[in-house]
Write a protein that binds this ligand. Structure first.
Ligand code: AMP
Length: 427
């Protein structure tokens, strides 16, 4: 089905063609006609499914049709959870908007950088603002923009907005918007808090869900390699060489590990850079751009890069440390295999992480064989779970002592203290 049959104007069909989009993806086929009709939408789609263009194309068309020629007022607001996603979504909107006459102005605002250039950029108004919530509120407080004319609200990656603790800011932004508006809500996952937000926000939404079917499932080959914790960096070097990946995103658990692993790889002659929230915004932008330009072969990152970031032709991701949850696992591996490309997602499973990986597999309905790579066969066994009860009543891993346990322990200690020293010696 061509884009033209979805109700898009010739200018926007042309913009889609210029962006290299030949045919709409399933979420675009579902979302574009509904959004053009002014409906609220609840979009549940896999990461990398083309969801940005699914709302960007019809949004731009509506804004073009409702343009009055008067002073620019913010008529569309796109809220996103991270600075990187703001930049990325804003650029998609800008590149599509450049084909329109009269042109629409897209402002991109996010925290972590000086507010002044963003205030200057908002002089003369903007048609669309793409923002992270905190900085948006700062700009409103500085009178740099007003939200009273917003007719379209997009919440992109709503699950992540809530995960990152933006609930309060979100409510403050919502209170500044006119009640009559179109609401577009996109989220990869729908835990209870996200569903509640959607229920409160949307009226009679059109639901666009892209089912996980073999036809639209990104072609991601998932693998689990059993390896000793201490040999993971060497195994990573081995895989980078063996597969000759042009680029690979490696996930670790901490900022320190990102620095440490990247440094080790770099010293071993692999162009590797860390990327994490401890870097300045300038450094983060630079690493990401250089990675996109293929100047880094390996980027070692925390979950900061797990969502939203779109790097086309990323052939592989590696879970050097496993993600905390099954949801994070989905987001991490979704960085590869985007827009119909194939990709490989490798998880290193150490003996201590085996039980945790089994839980992730269970939630994801996966059962990956544990591979062993010649020369890296694991030798470690899982450490026994720590016991919390010195009385040996059968400790459960991770269980904190209850009030009763503490009282029992205190009573036992008091009883022991009451025994005369001579008795103790003999015992
Ligand atoms: P998104 O899910 O919005 O992050 O998009 C993922 C990738 O798919 C981006 O690189 C888009 O440029 C690309 N994309 C979006 N729509 C299409 C389409 N209709 N055909 C081909 N690629 C697309």
């Amino acid at each position: 089905m061509p884009f033209a049959s979805l109700g898009l104007s010739p200018a926007l069909v042309h913009a889609a063609e210029k962006a290299g989009f030949v045919a709409p993806t399933p979420i675009q086929t579902g979302a574009i006609p509904a959004i053009l009709q002014g409906a609220d939408m609840l979009g549940a789609a896999q990461t990398g499914s083309g969801k940005t263009a699914a709302f960007a194309l019809p949004l731009l068309q509506q804004l073009q049709l409702s343009a009055t020629g008067g002073p620019r007022r913010v008529r569309a607001l796109v809220l996103v959870p991270t600075r990187e996603l703001a930049a990325q979504v804003g650029e998609v909107l800008r590149s599509l908007a450049q084909h329109l006459q009269p042109p629409l102005k897209v402002a991109i605002v996010f925290g972590g950088v000086s507010i002044n250039p963003q205030m200057l950029g908002l002089r003369g108004g903007a048609d669309i603002v793409v923002a992270t919530p905190g900085r948006l509120l700062d700009l409103v407080e500085h009178n740099a923009l007003r939200l009273s004319a917003v007719a379209h609200l997009v919440l992109d990656e709503a699950d992540r907005l809530l995960d990152l603790g933006f609930t309060e800011e979100l409510q403050r932004v919502l209170a500044l918007l006119p009640a009559r508006r179109q609401n577009l809500f996109l989220s990869a996952t729908f835990p209870a808090a996200v569903q509640a937000l959607a229920d409160g926000l949307l009226s009679n939404p059109v639901r666009v869900e892209v089912p996980h079917t073999p036809g639209n499932e990104p072609a991601i080959e998932q693998r689990a390699i059993a390896v000793d914790a201490s040999r993971r960096t060497q195994l990573l070097r081995h895989l980078v060489k063996e597969y000759n990946w042009s680029r690979v995103l490696v996930f670790v658990a901490t900022q320190y590990a990102a620095e440490h692993v990247a440094e080790k790889l770099y010293k071993a002659g692999i162009f590797a850079s860390p990327f994490h929230g401890g870097l300045s915004q300038g450094a983060r932008n630079q690493v990401l751009q250089e990675f996109k330009d293929e100047r880094w072969q390996v980027v070692v990152t925390t979950d900061l890069a797990a969502r939203g970031i779109d790097i086309s032709q990323l052939p592989a991701v590696v879970n050097y440390d496993l993600p905390r949850s099954a949801v994070d696992y989905v987001h991490r591996i979704g960085r590869t295999g985007r827009a119909g490309e194939s990709g490989m997602a490798v998880s290193f499973v150490t003996a201590d992480a085996e039980a945790h990986f089994r839980l992730i597999e269970k939630r994801q309905h996966l059962a990956l064989p544990r591979e062993q790579i010649a020369g890296f066969e694991p030798t470690e066994v899982a450490a026994p779970p720590p016991t919390t009860d010195p009385q040996g009543t059968g400790g459960i891993k991770g269980k904190r002592p209850s009030k009763k346990d503490k009282l029992r322990a205190a009573a036992a200690a008091a009883a022991a203290a009451a025994i005369p020293a001579a008795d103790k010696k003999g015992s």
